[in-house]
Design a protein around this ligand. Structure first.
Ligand code: GLY
Ligand code: MN
Ligand code: MN
Length: 444
């Protein structure tokens, strides 16, 4: 069994310290965890903790509220959670309970969630700023407003509710944008599971299989690797389905001569990988497929080179657009000059999305892309995807038939380092030679 990385208690505590230093001593932060969501009678969706809540606590149970009070004498990090209950635990599994939450999650204090209405108003009282993500959970919003109002209408002389309300997300998301060493190790583990899965499906793919049969091979590798679920619904688009950007039906038969675009990443300890590879169902790229593939590959490699401290967020995208436009011009799929095509955005019928997004606890992770209207500059610890593509729909008029129905995307996950970048998803077959070799290794 491989040793598995994780986020230690000290790191969760460090995150809370950093948040508190941003909040100042007259603030209080309140953060409810995710709710369990019903799927149908007696069945719920698999519980997934809210990413901000997980980031600050590591506590992955439902019905929990985290409260942070910088400078509070009797403890700064507080958790409200379910009490232990042997009968409930026999039906639904273990409950940590307040006592063990302090010990196992490094909380300064913990209380039964059923006591929150009695305790929280007293904690809010006297604080001048309340940090809370208003608008995410309507029912909880109403409770927060009630607690604040109850202070305002209190009989106690001199009690004051907070005068200032601040969106907690702004602060937490800025912290989440910069990944620590431990986070990078966890993300590399998610990437490694994802790489094993992509290699497995390249070896297993065969004409005549349903797309979901290939998805089953991927899920097998995810679970075997320790990822309970994908980080997002996997895309298995063969043939023209690859041109539907968010295709997730995955129920077509994959035919010889077609490509299959697979966008799938594992979630490990709540951290996402997000990888796309496109390969020929029969193991060999056609000439037309190679022509398009190598444009996307060149664009992706050039974009990855642009990921380094000092460069700004949009530089990888700009590099991609130039290379894709030049490539499509060379194949006579676009007309005009490079500059006019870029200016008029006529390339968008072939490449209509952006080149990447931040990656972390969320697949489309938090963090600003611009600061004061300017593109954000890359700094060490940021992780972005780089994912250019060319999509030539079957129905696209004016395109030679040999190119129609080809949809290609190549996606990797890239960490900004002090000196440049590190591709977290390196080693997953990507060149035509690597992919064909991997696919041919099936029989061996
Ligand atoms: N898999 C979602 C994305 O690539 O953005
Ligand atoms: Mn993706
Ligand atoms: Mn992506």
């Amino acid at each position: 069994m491989k040793s598995k990385p994780g986020i230690g208690l000290r790191e969760f505590s460090r995150r809370r310290e950093e948040l508190m230093s941003m909040m100042g001593e007259d603030g209080i932060a309140i953060l409810p965890g995710a709710n369990l969501v019903a799927r149908n009678s007696d069945v719920d969706y698999l519980f997934r903790q809210d990413s901000d809540f997980h980031y600050l606590t590591g506590f992955d149970e439902q019905e929990a509220v985290f409260v942070l009070i910088p400078g509070r004498e009797h403890g700064e990090a507080l958790l409200f959670c379910r009490e232990r209950d042997p009968e409930q635990e026999q039906w639904h599994g273990k409950i940590t309970g307040p006592e063990r939450a302090m010990q196992l999650y490094g909380m300064d204090d913990a209380f039964p969630i059923s006591d929150i209405d009695d305790i929280l108003p007293g904690l809010i009282e006297g604080k001048s700023r309340l940090y809370y993500a208003m608008g995410h959970q309507q029912e909880f919003d109403a409770r927060v407003i009630n607690w604040v109002n109850s202070i305002a209408s209190s009989q106690h002389k001199g009690t004051q509710p907070p005068g200032e309300f601040v969106q907690l997300g702004h602060l937490v998301h800025e912290l989440r944008l910069f990944k620590s060493k431990q986070e990078v190790e966890v993300m590399k583990f998610a990437a490694a599971i994802t790489g094993d899965a992509h290699r497995r499906i390249m070896r297993e793919a065969e004409p005549g299989m349903y797309e979901y049969e290939l998805e089953a091979e991927l899920n097998h590798a995810f679970l075997r690797g320790g990822a309970r679920s994908p980080a997002y619904p996997s895309i298995f688009g063969s043939g023209n389905n690859a041109n539907i950007l968010h295709y997730i039906e995955n129920d077509d038969v994959m035919k010889s001569g077609e490509l299959v675009l697979v966008d799938a990443g594992a979630e490990y300890q709540c951290y996402a990988a997000d990888v796309t590879r496109t390969f020929p169902v029969n193991g060999k790229f056609s000439k037309a497929q190679k022509e398009i593939y190598n444009i996307v590959l060149a664009a992706q490699e050039a974009a990855i080179e642009m990921v380094k401290p000092g460069n700004h967020w949009n530089q990888p995208h700009e590099a991609v657009v130039r290379i894709i436009c030049q490539g499509l011009l060379d194949l006579n799929l676009l007309e005009g000059t490079l500059d006019t095509i870029i200016e008029n955005e006529t390339y968008k019928k072939f490449y209509m999305h952006r080149t990447g997004h931040w990656l972390g606890l969320d697949v489309h992770d938090v963090g600003e892309y611009r600061i004061d209207e300017e593109w954000r500059v890359f700094e060490p610890g940021m992780v972005t995807t780089i994912e250019p593509g060319i999509y030539i729909s079957q129905d696209l008029a004016g395109v030679p038939s040999r190119y129609r129905g080809i949809g290609i995307r190549i996606e990797d996950n890239v960490l900004v380092t002090k000196t440049g970048h590190e591709v977290l998803t390196s080693g997953i077959p990507k060149t035509i030679e690597e992919i064909e070799k991997t696919m041919a290794s099936k029989a061996a």
